[in-house]
Design a protein around this ligand. Structure first.
Ligand SMILES: Cc1ncc(COP(=O)(O)O)c(C=O)c1O
Length: 356
């Protein structure tokens, strides 16, 4: 192999392009073909490596999307303040983008969240307010406190990730077209789970448009969420039961972001935690991919969809983030036992649960 060819084989093919700062490094993630699962199903199972975003998750795109939208609409001017209610990846994405663009970042979260999460956001320069963990209906809920805090400040926005459709728009403009291009316009189906709905709705709309309606879009849903019941009953039911080890996904209502696309879904897949955790360990063992539980759930859904649609199809999904933020749980024997998930992990994969 020549030196030039060797270098090309080692890069993603676009690294000769210089990007502008943190914000420029968001997106253009690789589409990773999952070899073993593709062979097993006779389909092409491909997964967007969103853990490679500079803040470490798919939510960097949404964070940039809502901030850019507020700037364009003149709601956020230099030196302004960005406020959100979040305990997870969106807060991390917002904190990074705020540093990169010179905004103050204020995060409200339920006081049940780990000190690790609070510390990380503070290390990224955000102000964090842990508030009592009360239901959404209560005006003291962290989302309402975030909204009220921004309303009382000049040059401040509440980014409102669940109902601000600039979130889905970011995926419509970037993630969806990237998947279309990376598959050469050959994607039979796409599936992923939903928290705000931004990823599913934005990518779904882009792929539907580009394929003239041919690409099927399926929701993947964990236990404890009402969306599987809602979608599979054609909007008649909204039942939910149980809970899930997955974080960032599952929902109790149709958010504005999901609402932009929910009626165009082809169907929904319910994925129990025992399948997600087994896939998480399997992807590490067979592909060397160290992923969070929502990514593993998405891959289970992609495999089930491949089996439904039959061989020869290309099925795409999302690898939302890495396992780094969850490793003290996902790879702990005591935690797996407490969650009754020990038996879900095949014997030959148990060696990865190295923590007590
Ligand atoms: C790890 C993880 N996976 C999936 C999602 C869901 O993405 P979306 O909010 O676009 O539905 C989130 C959202 O926060 C997340 O943090």
């Amino acid at each position: 192999m020549s030196a030039a060819l060797g270098a090309k084989a080692l890069t993603r093919g676009f690294t000769s392009r210089t990007v502008d700062g943190f914000v420029g490094a968001i997106g253009n993630t690789p589409l990773i073909r999952l070899k073993k699962l593709s062979e097993k199903t006779g389909c092409n199972i491909v997964a967007k490596g969103e853990f490679q975003n500079p803040g470490g998750s798919v939510k960097d795109r949404a964070a940039l999307g809502v901030i850019r939208d507020a700037e364009k609409r003149g709601l956020l001017k230099p030196g302004g303040t960005v406020v959100e209610g979040t305990a997870g990846n969106t807060g991390i994405g917002l904190a990074h983008v705020c540093r990169a663009r010179g905004y103050r970042c204020v995060i409200f979260m339920p006081n049940t969240q780990s000190q690790e999460k609070i510390d990380l956001l503070r290390m990224l320069g955000a102000e964090v307010y842990p508030v009592p963990a009360v239901a959404y209906e209560n005006p003291k809920n962290y989302n309402h406190q975030a909204r009220d805090f921004a309303a009382d400040l000049p040059n401040a926005i509440w980014t409102d990730q669940f109902d601000n459709t600039a979130n889905a728009e970011a995926h419509y403009l970037t993630t969806g077209p990237e998947i279309w291009e990376q598959t050469g316009g050959n994607v039979d189906a796409f599936t992923c789970a939903t928290g705000t709905g931004g990823t599913l709705a934005g990518i779904g709309r882009a792929l539907k448009e580009k394929s003239d309606g041919k690409t099927q879009i399926w929701l993947a849903d964990p236990p404890g969420s009402m969306l599987y019941s809602y979608v599979s009953s054609g909007g008649k039911l909204s039942e939910r039961s149980g809970g899930s080890i997955t974080e960032g996904i599952g929902q109790g209502r149709i958010t504005n972001n999901l609402g932009t696309f929910v009626n165009e879904l082809s169907g929904a897949l319910h994925i129990p935690d025992n399948k997600s955790i087994a896939m998480l360990y399997d992807l590490l063992d067979t592909e060397g991919l160290y992923l969070g539980a929502s990514s593993a759930l998405n891959v289970v859904a992609a495999v089930e969809l491949a089996q439904k649609l039959g061989p020869g199809k290309t099925i795409a999904t999302i690898l939302c983030d890495g396992a780094y933020r969850y490793q003290s749980r996902l790879f702990s024997k005591a935690w797996l036992k407490a969650k009754e998930l020990e038996a879900a992990i095949p014997e030959h994969l148990k060696k990865y649960a190295v923590l007590d």
